[in-house]
Design a protein around this ligand. Structure first.
Ligand SMILES: Nc1nc2c(ncn2[C@@H]2O[C@H](COP(=O)(O)OP(=O)(O)O)[C@@H](O)[C@H]2O)c(=O)[nH]1
Ligand SMILES: [Mg+2]
Length: 288
């Protein structure tokens, strides 16, 4: 969106300008429906002669985007949970950034004085388990895991026991994006939820979908699938450092009304930041 000034210069806004803007929004992965929804009020203002310069266009568009982002409930992740441990299920397709995000998330919690246990319920590959163990060592969290190919629900059962026994503040559960067996992934995730809630009736407290923001509007389709299966409580968008197309963030907030809690901005331990709608919107319009 930083191209607005260069594209339109100081000319007065016209219907063509707004059409080009709508195309820019679509190119930035807002999706056609949301792009239209954002542009329509501008067209109405234009026809009322209520838009005289491009700054007004930009300001109105920013307000429209912020309104969508602020419509979702604020994240409920509390630093000092009432019930211990807080059980957080991390979901998402392979490669979306679950394990990395869990590592960074654990680091944030531990820096705030939390006692964190990680569960390796993505048993698809040995390397995935090792990756979680590596993060556990790096940030100082215990990791509960079984061998590759093990039943994810059995890992989760053990992890809940261990987290309770150790007085952990948080249990972060890494799940699979695909399975060994022909069993349906969504059924497996529901089973994991049942196993947890049999041990702790109000858990899992958070069901967080980890989405790769570079996957464009495909991320929206994935989000709908997972939301139907497990009832998501929030989203984390990864790899925002690797895309100029942040519009999918707004499209997802618009369609699913789910809060975006954190964003991933790199592979390092500190590259997980709380999502701030104002900062995000300003970055969208930053002149490059
Ligand atoms: N640039 C960048 N890379 C990321 C980010 N989050 C994860 N990755 C990388 O994406 C790849 C897949 O991440 P991983 O955590 O293994 O995904 P998983 O399969 O969902 O567990 C790895 O190479 C990560 O280092 C991010 O925010 N920015
Ligand atoms: Mg993983």
């Amino acid at each position: 969106m930083g191209q607005i000034e260069r594209l339109f210069g100081t000319s007065a806004p016209s219907a063509e300008h707004l059409e080009t803007l709508e195309e820019l929004l679509i190119a930035a992965d807002f999706g056609p429906a949301l792009a239209q929804q954002l542009i329509t009020p501008l067209q109405e203002r234009l026809s009322r002669r209520d838009l005289s310069n491009m700054d007004q266009v930009e300001a109105a568009l920013k307000r429209g985007i912020l309104a969508v982002l602020n419509e979702t409930a604020p994240p409920s992740l509390s630093k000092d949970p009432q019930t211990k441990p807080q059980v957080l299920l991390f979901l998402g397709i392979n490669g979306s950034g679950k394990t990395t995000t869990i590592g960074k998330f654990a680091n944030r919690l531990i820096s705030n004085g939390g006692l964190v246990v990680l569960a390796g319920a993505d048993t698809f590959r040995a390397a995935a388990i090792e990756q979680l163990q590596l993060w556990g060592r790096r940030v100082g969290a215990d990791v509960i895991c079984h061998q590759a190919g093990a039943d994810p629900s059995a890992v989760v059962f053990d992890a809940v026991q261990a987290a309770c026994a150790r007085g952990a503040s948080h249990l972060l559960i890494d799940t699979a994006g695909r399975l060994h067996t022909k069993r349906n992934l969504m059924e497996e995730l529901k089973k994991i939820q049942r196993v947890i809630s049999r041990q702790m009736p109000d858990a899992p407290h958070e069901r967080i979908l980890v989405l790769d923001s570079t996957s464009g509007l495909n991320a929206l389709v994935q989000a709908k699938h997972f939301h139907e299966a497990v009832g998501l409580t929030g989203l984390i968008l990864t790899k925002l450092d690797g895309t100029a197309k942040g519009g999918v963030v707004v499209a997802i907030a618009d369609q699913l009304k789910l809060p975006i809690t954190f964003v991933g901005l790199g592979e390092g331990v500190d590259d997980l930041q709380p999502f701030v709608p104002e900062t995000f919107t300003d970055a969208l319009f930053a002149r490059s």
